[in-house]
Design a protein around this ligand. Structure first.
Ligand code: G
Ligand code: G
Ligand code: MN
Ligand code: NA
Length: 256
C-alpha cells in the first residue's frame, strides 16, 4: 500500500516516470522500422520498477487512467520533439491497458494529444494484448478499434499466441499487425513445434494481410530462422534493448 501512495506521488510530480524506447527492425538489413515505448518507474528508494510490477496495482487502485494518459502524453511530446530533429521518422507504439480501453476516453485523449503536438495518427501505434481484446468487461471491442483505425492509428495485437482467441475471432478484429509472443521465439530454431507455429502464423498473417513482428529476438540464429521464414519485422535484445530517449538519439542520429 505504501507503493500505491508512492505511485500517486510519482504521477503528480511526473519526474520518476520515464518512457524507454525499443527499436523494431527489418531483420536482414537491420534497418529501424519503428519503436515501442515502454514505461519505467525510477522509484527513489526501490530503484527501477518494471510496469509488470505496477500496472495491475495502478488498475486496482484507480490510477490506470491517469498513468495511461501520462504515457500517451509523453510519447506524443517525444514524437513532436523528434519531428524537428535528425531522428528517423518512425511510428511510436504504445501499450494500452484493458482499463484504458474500457473506461477511459481513449479516442478523445489521443485526439487531444495529437492536436497539442500537431501529430498525425499514423505517428502513434496502439498495442493491445490478446487478453485485453478478449476481456468480457469490454463488450464488443470491434467498433471502437474500427473507429481508431479509421482515424489512421495502427493497431497491433500484443503477446499474440498467449491468449485464447480463436482464429475466427482474429478474422473479425480490425487490426494491422500481430506481435508474436517471445515464448514462440525463445527456443528457435531448434524446437520443431515452435518453428512450425511461427511459420504457420506468418503464412496465416500473410493470407489475411496482417503484418507480423517477432518479439524477444535475442540471437543471430533466431534472426536467421525468421528471415528465412519470411518475417519482415523483429524486436529484441539482439538488435536493441529499451533505451532512454537520449540514448536512442545517440544511436540513431548520425554524427555530423
Ligand atoms: O518493459 P517490461 O518488460 O518491463 O514490460 C513489462 C510489461 O509491461 C510488458 O507486458 C509491457 O507490455 C507492459 N508495459 C510496458 N509499458 C507499458 C505502458 O506504458 N502501459 C501498459 N499498460 N503496459 C506497459
Ligand atoms: O508485453 P510486451 O511485449 O509489451 O513486453 C515488452 C517487454 O519485453 C519489454 O519490457 C522488454 O523489456 C521485453 N523485451 C524486449 N526484448 C526482449 C528480449 O529480446 N528478450 C526478453 N527476454 N525480453 C525482451
Ligand atoms: Mn508491447
Ligand atoms: Na508483447
Amino acid at each position: 500500500l505504501a507503493l500505491v501512495s508512492d505511485l500517486r506521488a510519482a504521477l503528480i510530480s511526473g519526474d520518476q516516470l520515464e518512457l524507454h524506447y525499443q527499436t523494431q527492425h527489418e531483420p536482414s538489413s537491420g534497418e529501424v522500422v519503428g519503436m515501442e515505448a515502454l514505461l519505467r518507474w525510477r522509484h527513489p528508494r526501490d530503484g527501477m520498477i518494471s510496469p509488470g510490477d505496477f500496472i495491475s496495482l495502478a488498475e486496482r487502485h484507480g490510477l490506470m487512467s491517469q498513468l495511461g494518459t501520462w504515457v500517451i502524453e509523453k510519447a506524443c511530446a517525444q514524437q513532436a520533439h523528434w519531428r524537428n530533429s535528425a531522428m528517423p521518422k518512425l511510428t511510436i507504439w504504445v501499450n494500452i491497458s484493458a482499463l484504458q480501453l474500457f473506461q477511459g476516453d481513449l479516442e478523445s485523449q489521443l485526439a487531444t494529444c495529437l492536436r497539442r503536438y500537431q501529430l498525425k495518427p499514423s505517428q502513434i501505434g496502439l498495442e493491445l494484448t490478446e487478453s485485453v481484446l478478449l476481456d468480457e468487461r469490454a463488450g464488443d471491442m470491434r467498433p471502437r478499434l474500427q473507429a481508431l483505425r479509421d482515424q489512421g492509428y495502427a493497431i497491433a495485437i500484443d503477446d499474440f499466441g498467449t491468449g485464447y482467441s480463436s482464429l475466427g475471432y482474429l478474422k473479425r478484429l480490425p487490426v494491422d499487425k500481430i506481435k508474436l509472443d517471445r515464448a514462440f521465439i525463445k527456443e528457435l530454431p531448434h524446437d520443431q513445434a515452435d518453428a512450425s507455429i511461427v511459420k504457420a502464423v506468418l503464412a496465416m498473417a500473410e493470407g489475411m494481410g496482417l503484418g507480423v513482428i517477432a518479439e524477444g529476438v535475442e540471437t543471430k540464429e533466431q534472426c536467421q530462422f525468421l528471415v528465412k521464414a519470411g518475417c519482415t519485422s523483429v524486436q529484441g535484445f539482439y538488435f536493441a534493448r529499451p533505451l532512454p530517449a537520449a540514448e536512442l538519439e545517440k544511436r540513431l542520429v548520425p554524427i555530423p
